[in-house]
Design a protein around this ligand. Structure first.
Ligand SMILES: [Zn+2]
Length: 282
């Protein structure tokens, strides 16, 4: 006499083997259907032929981000300001990507229409023999879905994220804004309104100046002070006796950039005196 426990174990094992066999048989049958459909379906041939005629552009992100290690700069510069600044250098590439995405949209809609026009389910190039027609059609429909090209990117937008960190890089605040293609067109049109390198749109120009000024990070500020010996480059007063500031030698308002060679240390008094004139004291 077998104990009840062993009986149960044998019953479970038998059931598992039985299920396994059923699963295997189903799998083999399905494979037969798959192979037959892949080799002989008129629909799938049409799909492959359509697929070969289409290719879509990949999505390329132009999202922008920047970290300010100076809270004052972070508060002063808005996401729109930052975008305007970047558009000066990147608008060509951004608009080329927008064109590609809108081409994707058009092409994908044509593609879907062509796929919809495939209706000859259940027609094969070889006799179906013992295979069941409704199973073949189900397999065809499934394989048609599987082999349909993935939807490409058809929408473009650009997100600007600004972070605020401590001087050693610990982020403690962030702000973010998403811009549509229309926003980008509007800003770009305003940027294009310029004469001899300067923007006629006052708001655009102010935004660019804010970002340019904000490019003096605290880290950069201290390395300039160090380079200039913690003294005003004009009168020589040291940091112990006056408040030192970073001055753009060629002022931002005249197109000066925030790069080491264009920066000098001045005391507040000398900086105010210099104003927007282009004088190098170093
Ligand atoms: Zn000075």
């Amino acid at each position: 006499m077998l104990s009840p426990v062993i009986c149960v174990i044998i019953a479970i094992a038998t059931a598992l083997v039985f299920l396994g066999v059923i699963f295997l048989i189903r799998h083999l049958i399905q494979r037969k259907y798959n192979n037959f459909v892949l080799q002989n379906s008129i629909c799938l041939k049409q799909l492959n032929e359509i697929n070969q005629r289409y290719s879509f552009y990949p999505y390329k992100s132009f999202d922008q981000c920047h970290t300010y290690d100076n809270e004052k700069m972070y508060d002063t510069v808005s996401c729109t300001d930052y975008l305007i600044y970047q558009l000066q250098f990147k608008s060509k590439r951004i608009f080329s990507q927008i064109t590609k995405i809108s081409e994707n949209k058009k092409q994908y809609s044509n593609y879907l229409n062509e796929i919809k026009a495939i209706t000859q389910f259940g027609q094969f190039q070889a006799p179906i023999g013992m295979l069941k027609l409704d199973n073949l059609i189900k397999t065809e429909e499934r394989l048609l879905k599987v082999n349909t090209l993935c939807a490409p990117a058809t929408q473009f937008n650009l997100t600007v994220t600004l972070y605020c960190s401590t001087i050693d890089g610990r982020i403690y605040d962030k702000k973010s804004e998403c811009f549509s293609v229309n926003d980008l067109f509007t800003l770009s049109r305003r940027l294009n309104n310029k004469s001899v390198g300067f923007y006629n749109d006052r708001e655009i120009w102010d935004a660019i100046c804010r970002v340019e000024r904000g490019r003096v990070s605290n880290k950069m500020r201290f390395s300039i002070y160090e380079r200039d010996g913690y003294r005003c480059c004009k009168c020589g007063i040291s940091a112990s006796f006056a408040q030192l500031e970073i001055d753009h030698i060629l002022p931002i308002a005249k197109g000066g950039k925030t790069v080491y060679e264009n920066l000098q240390t001045l005391c507040h008094k000398c900086n105010v005196e210099k104003g927007v004139s282009h004088i190098k004291y170093r």
